[in-house]
Write a protein that binds this ligand. Structure first.
Ligand code: AGP
Length: 620
């Protein structure tokens, strides 16, 4: 998810571009750049860099001419293809144009091969540059920007939002999109386009969303749009009431809530590139058949929420692939001189930021011991991603809120896919069974998460008694015990309520002494094979005065004749009963995230930046 900005008008473009990029940094911030039209011999000046806006501002000091132009485009990047560095930063320039892009071109390998054939060598590792050169060559044919853009669109598979300036038309910005957003606005001093509303509010509150299969043409004196047949397309404006900060959150009150709601899309975006012919497909040597057959055990190493995803990974890989998995708290791992097996072990490092010092130190320890390392990371080009032998990116998009939500879900989804791949290669599951699981993971799970999101008000209604307490217990068995660890952390870190996750069967061995009249207990029960035993634990704590909130499925509530009082029913996964994988974990995790969110709201806590915490803990 990247940020695009463009301006053409009576004023100098650069200040508008830089301010627009600053308001779009929440969409991605690993590299940044601008192209400004200067006219003359070299009509376009492009300045770009790895890093944030401050690095670009520094670099611009050596290009004073950039301040003169009155037309320009800019881009702040969230890398998906190619690490964050100067050559991969946008804009990408070719013989005839400069282009910025938000989205993922899925057939970029095919385009690259074609360009190689034509003797064009690309400077970057990005899918964007391949698309830029495709457009360049089509433009060279016709010298008609609109025709060249539509012909380019016919060749592309995937998502895109493009803003383009052609060298021989330096005072005009052309734009086109598919799936990725583009919005235009006309202000008193010129016209502007952007990936999102915040960057346009300085120009106008009357914004128009560019339709697909349409080319927008922005000049100083106005914006017009045409379709493939050359007919004018109207661009109805909407009046935006938000201020800039609200607009950065897409109208949400908090990034955390926005990111919770992004989970269905994040799941689909992360899973779909890793599935071919209905089966898990990772184009990683460490996960090809021969290498997998040599894996005798795995180790999940991470911190916090990522470590909790590792618990889920352990559960799924051991259950489906019958391979032993250890889960390690990264900050403990290297200090206990772990017994490693370089010949038969695979160490998996989970991290949203890819910069967590404890996880990075553990990775270096494993590499020094010669153990194969695989990183599952959300930030492309981050330290953990670069230093592991191989990396599998989660494509959740930037996660801004300190409390991790969508990153957890996509980590669990990738680990599920990994478990299915291991099970298939090791003959523990048939192709048919794996296909059924993959189909459910890609279709039923996002749908169940979407349905859970729609329960937000129902979940909020359960909060008052929880928000009034100072101690709360999460109990569950099996994968529910794993989920309880994450539910407890979410609640603690944003509502500051002390909570503890406890395997339900273990309570009676000591901790139950803490249960007294009115103690709130959240019981998670999604695993049919263990629900009767969890119900026993619910009865044990109730008998001692606990107020129990049970989070379960309708099927289990019926089977156990649970009363409707203090029971939250999760959306069903239609195929769940027939599948060996416990996919109810995904709606359950989403429900616990919303419970924490609403509880923290009720307690007036700062949602996106909780006290004492940082988004990425880069110190040991
Ligand atoms: C999760 O909500 C916390 N912010 C924290 O536990 C986090 O998961 C942990 O610091 C690991 O971060 P990482 O995934 O970026 O490595």
């Amino acid at each position: 998810m990247c940020g695009i900005i463009g301006y053409v008008g009576e004023e100098h473009a650069l200040p508008h571009l830089l301010e627009g990029l600053r308001t779009l940094e929440y969409r991605g911030y690993d590299s940044v750049g601008v192209t400004v039209s200067l006219g003359g011999e070299e009509p376009l000046l492009t300045v770009k860099t790895k890093g944030k806006l401050r690095e670009l501002t520094e670099k611009l000091k050596t290009h004073p001419a950039a301040a003169d132009g009155r037309c320009g485009i800019g881009h702040t990047r969230w890398a998906t293809h190619g690490a964050p560095d100067d050559k991969n930063a946008h804009p990408h320039t070719t013989r005839h144009l400069s282009l910025v892009h938000n989205g993922i071109i899925e057939n970029d390998a095919e385009l690259r091969a074609e360009l190689r054939e034509a003797g064009i060598s690309l400077l970057s590792d990005t899918d964007t540059e391949a698309a830029a050169w495709l457009l360049d060559r089509l433009y060279a044919d016709s010298r008609d920007p609109v025709d060249a853009l539509f012909r380019t669109a016919e060749r592309l598979r995937g998502s895109y939002a493009f803003a383009v300036i052609f060298k021989d038309r330096p005072e005009v910005i052309y734009a086109m999109r598919r799936d990725s957003p583009l919005i235009v606005a006309r202000g008193a001093q010129g016209c502007a386009l952007a990936s999102d509303v915040p960057a346009l509010l300085r120009h106008s509150r009357a914004c128009a969303r560019l339709p697909e299969d349409t080319v927008a043409i922005l000049r100083r004196d106005g914006i017009h749009a045409v379709n493939r047949r050359g007919f004018a397309v109207s661009l109805p404006t909407e009046e935006v009431a938000w201020d800039t900060e609200q607009a950065q959150k897409g109208g949400y009150a908090h990034f955390m809530r926005k990111e919770i709601d992004e989970q269905p899309d994040a799941l689909r975006r992360t899973l779909s590139p890793r599935i071919r012919d209905g089966l898990p497909h990772f184009s990683l040597p460490s996960l090809d058949t021969d290498r997998i057959r040599r894996v005798r055990s795995l180790r999940m190493i991470a911190c916090g929420t990522a470590m909790h995803a590792g618990l889920v990974g352990k559960r799924l890989i051991e259950q489906l692939a019958r391979l032993p998995v250890q889960v390690e708290i990264a900050s403990e791992f290297r200090y206990r001189d772990p017994l490693l097996d370089p010949a038969g072990e695979l160490c998996v490092f989970l991290s949203q930021s890819g910069e967590t010092a404890d996880t990075l130190a553990a990775l270096r320890h494993a590499r020094a011991a010669g153990v194969p390392t695989l990183a599952i990371v959300n930030v492309v080009g981050s330290s953990v991603a670069r230093e592991a032998d191989e990396v599998l990116y989660t494509l959740a998009g930037p996660e801004i809120a300190v409390a991790s939500t969508k990153a957890y879900s996509v980590q669990c989804a990738l680990l599920t896919l990994l478990a299915l791949r291991l099970a298939l290669v090791n003959g523990r599951m048939t192709e048919e069974a794996v296909r059924a699981c993959v189909r459910s993971l890609c279709e039923d799970v996002p749908a169940a998460v979407t349905a859970t999101l729609a329960m937000s008000d129902r979940i909020a209604a359960l909060v008052p008694p929880l928000a009034a307490c100072e101690h709360l217990y999460f109990i569950g068995r099996g994968i529910d015990a794993d989920l309880c660890t994450e539910g407890s952390l979410k609640l603690k870190e944003i509502s500051y309520i002390h909570s503890e996750a406890y395997p339900a069967g273990e309570l009676k061995h000591g901790t139950i002494s803490l249960i007294e009249e009115g103690t709130p207990v959240l019981a998670l029960m999604t695993d049919p094979s263990l629900s009767a035993k969890t119900l026993t634990a619910i009865r044990e704590v109730r008998a001692r005065g606990a107020h129990v909130l049970t989070v379960t499925t309708a099927a289990l509530a019926d089977a156990l004749s649970l009363s409707a009082e203090n029971v939250l029913l999760l959306p069903a996964i239609p195929s769940a009963a027939a599948l060996p994988a416990p996919f109810a974990l995904f709606p359950a995790a989403c429900a616990l995230q919303l419970l924490a969110y609403h509880t923290a709201l009720a307690r007036g806590c700062h949602i996106d930046q909780p006290r004492n915490l940082a988004k990425s803990v880069t110190v040991e």
